[in-house]
Design a binder for this molecule. Structure first.
Ligand SMILES: Cc1cc2nc3c(=O)[nH]c(=O)nc-3n(C[C@H](O)[C@H](O)[C@H](O)COP(=O)(O)O)c2cc1C
Length: 409
């Protein structure tokens, strides 16, 4: 007990020092983070455990969460040598527009809990990195606020097939008004899954004061101070639909529609006139069906292992889905991308680009929008190195010959 107390005291002192740390020392610390795993560790130190686990955790036994990452290790890169790689080109196009790096921001809700910069910071980071940011419908910052934060950014907007079409129509109209260029409809949430870490922590929105969370808050004074000052803890886009955050949370839960079907996707396609991306596809037949209904792109995704535990790793189902889709639509991949070389492997197996969720949210937790930008820069630099060492001059030139299966890592 005495040891525990003394560890807790040291953490409080360290955190207080951190609050007082001058900006340039914070910048140096950030620049020293050289991998997504290091960014993750920094987030783990900066955040109360309940918040870190909300980001880091997956569904049930977290088998799929682990499987996603391990699948990349079972694939080796097979390098070409003696290629002039003095100026590798990382750029590509998604939905007809250019991106400087093939790493897009995945939709992640309630990021105001992670850092006061929230989705505004994430959108800004992706804009500055020259890529796309997808705003989650369940974000802590509104559609309008995020457009203001990233006035030049390429923004996509994510929604679910909610019970009430009028809500989705209202959100879509606001997204068009703010020049979001595509709608991403997430189809792998007929209901929410059992997130055991959240259940064990009794995680609520907004965070509830129980003795453990008070101690946790004291150990992370920067996070607690920001939360108390700015209180970005609810779903901004649907503000007004419940009187307070707790009611909003249960309102949202009641809107997940287990009866949503392909007919609802067809109806959404008819109502949304811009490009449509279907996220959460894990089978070639579903991919083909989405494309036949008019999807411009599909995201091979298992929600980062946060929905169906026991789902396959996205990398293992990617080749068959890419083949089923052919050149009728674009194919992206998310779930488990942690290194630049992962992006290269996904491209070799048919993904035009990757989305990342946790990597940028870890960055946000570690150091706000600047931390998210650091995470993208790390992935871009790793991709550059991987391309040069495999003799790849242009990301768009990558084909299946670049990878080979190696069994276990
Ligand atoms: C904290 C968090 C919140 C998320 N919220 C949403 C969401 O609101 N809508 C959605 O479609 N996906 C959501 N996702 C899933 C991501 O869009 C993405 O599919 C997943 O994070 C990719 O896996 P990765 O985290 O391993 O990169 C969330 C993921 C995280 C980590």
């Amino acid at each position: 007990m005495h040891d525990l107390l003394s560890v807790a005291c040291h953490q409080v002192v360290d955190s207080l020092r951190d609050v007082a740390r001058p900006a340039d020392r914070r910048r140096q610390r950030l620049a020293a983070l050289g991998s997504v795993e290091e960014v993750r560790s920094a987030a783990r130190s900066a955040l109360p455990r309940v918040i870190f686990d909300f980001v880091d955790g997956g569904a049930a036994d977290e088998v799929t969460l682990r499987r996603n990452v391990e699948a990349f290790d079972r694939l080796a890169l097979s390098p070409h040598v003696l290629v002039d790689v003095s100026d590798p080109d990382l750029s590509t196009t998604v939905l007809g527009g250019g991106v400087d790096v093939p790493v897009l921001g995945a939709p992640t809700g309630l990021c105001g809990l992670v850092h006061v910069d929230g989705e505004a910071g994430l959108a800004r980071a992706m804009q500055d990195a020259g890529s796309v940011y997808t705003l989650a419908g369940m974000s802590s910052y509104s559609i309008e606020e995020v457009r203001t934060a990233a006035p030049r950014g390429r923004l996509w907007f994510q929604t679910y097939l909610w019970r009430d079409d009028a809500i989705v129509d209202g959100l879509m109209a606001r997204a068009v008004e703010c020049d979001y260029e595509a709608l991403v409809v997430t189809v792998d949430v007929p209901r929410s899954a059992d997130r055991r870490r959240d259940r064990r922590h009794r995680f609520t929105v907004p965070p509830r004061l129980i003795p453990r969370s008070v101690v946790d808050g004291l150990r992370h004074p920067r996070w607690t101070r920001d939360l108390l000052q700015h209180s970005r803890v609810t779903a901004a886009n649907i503000a007004g639909m419940g009187d307070d955050a707790v009611r909003v949370a249960s309102y949202v839960d009641s809107q997940f529609d287990p009866s949503a079907s392909w007919d609802d996707l067809r109806s959404l396609r008819a109502r949304w006139k811009r490009p449509l991306v279907v996220k959460g596809i894990l089978r070639p037949d579903d991919a083909a069906r989405a494309v036949a209904l008019g999807a411009d792109a599909v995201v091979v995704s298992n929600h980062g292992g946060r929905q169906l535990d026991q789902a396959p790793a996205t990398l293992s189902v990617l080749p068959a889905i890419a083949e089923a889709v052919g050149d009728r639509a674009e194919v992206y991949l998310d779930s488990g991308v942690r290194r630049g070389s992962d992006v290269l492997k996904a491209r070799a197996l048919g993904a035009r680009a990757c989305l990342v969720g946790r990597p940028i949210v870890y960055g946000l937790g570690a150091a706000g929008g600047a931390g998210a930008r650091r995470a993208v820069d790390v992935l871009a630099e790793e991709l550059r190195v991987a391309m040069m060492l495999t003799g790849v001059r242009a990301f768009d030139d990558v084909g299946p010959g670049l990878v080979e299966a190696v069994g276990s890592a």
